[in-house]
Write a protein that binds this ligand. Structure first.
Ligand SMILES: *Cc1c(COP(=O)(O)O)cnc(C)c1O
Length: 237
């Protein structure tokens, strides 16, 4: 299927999920995850109106990022999301190139981001990654650590914490993911209540190809779609 048709189909499914839960479609951002595909298909996605792009490794993102950057006069300008786990020594690759980091999950990483951003006079929008499901293999803070972490982040003026991010366990059926996403929403509401009007942590980055409709019903404001929206190598001509 062409990306154009995929975009239409996914848009309809998003609209239906928004309607079911009484939400505005305009509040839901779609991140097209391009990590499985070529530069060519990534550019095709941009032309099809997918203007927010997600990648989880700089090495994989690099040719696409550089091509799009070099052709910025001729191409729609994307918003770049870094959605993979981030080692502190890779901060230099990501900060300044990506508009959002979805995987802030420890103070040592905040230190590294702050230091690099200060040196280059930048600010970085970050999601705090939370391991809601409690799976051993998953990145992210435990839910009970998030409040203290958010308070600590107030000391890092180059970091703008914009929301929370989570991933549901891969093997879960869509409907089983609901408590995970509801859990992240409740945590966000709790932060807003406790940290008050200054709290900038409002967005919820949750939902992937197999569970995004449930995530939207539970309040997702950013869904991250690879396979379903952009496709994989197998979909490339
Ligand atoms: C790969 C990836 C996605 C997209 O996965 P699909 O199931 O292909 O939609 C979303 N979020 C993260 C963090 C990823 O690494």
């Amino acid at each position: 299927m062409s990306i154009q048709n995929r975009v239409k189909e996914i848009q309809q499914r998003i609209e239906a999920a928004a309607l079911r839960s009484g939400r505005a479609v305009a509040d839901i951002h779609v991140i097209g995850v391009t990590k499985y595909v070529s530069t060519e298909r990534t550019v095709e996605a941009l032309h099809a109106g997918v203007l927010e792009l997600g990648e989880n490794r700089w090495q994989v993102a690099k040719p696409k990022w550089e091509y799009i950057h070099e052709h910025k006069d001729k191409l729609p300008e994307p918003i770049w999301h870094y959605i993979g786990s981030l080692q502190s020594n890779k901060v230099k690759d990501v900060v300044g190139r990506f508009d959002y980091i979805h995987s802030l999950d420890r103070i040592s990483l905040a230190e590294a981001i702050q230091k690099y951003a200060e040196k280059h006079d930048l600010t970085v929008k970050c999601f705090i990654q939370v391991n809601v499901s409690g799976e051993q293999s998953k990145q992210g803070l435990n839910p009970e650590e998030v409040m203290a972490f958010a308070e600590q982040l107030q000391g890092y003026d180059r970091i703008i914490p914009v929301g929370l991010m989570t991933m549901a366990p891969f093997e879960m059926k869509a409907e089983q993911t609901r408590p995970v996403f509801a859990g992240l929403r409740k945590l966000r509401d709790e932060l807003l209540r406790q940290l008050g009007a200054d709290c900038t942590i409002r967005e919820l980055s949750m939902g992937m190809s197999n569970d995004f409709e449930v995530a939207i019903e539970e309040g997702a404001t950013y869904v991250r779609l690879g396979t379903s929206l952009i496709g994989t190598e197998e979909d490339e001509g």
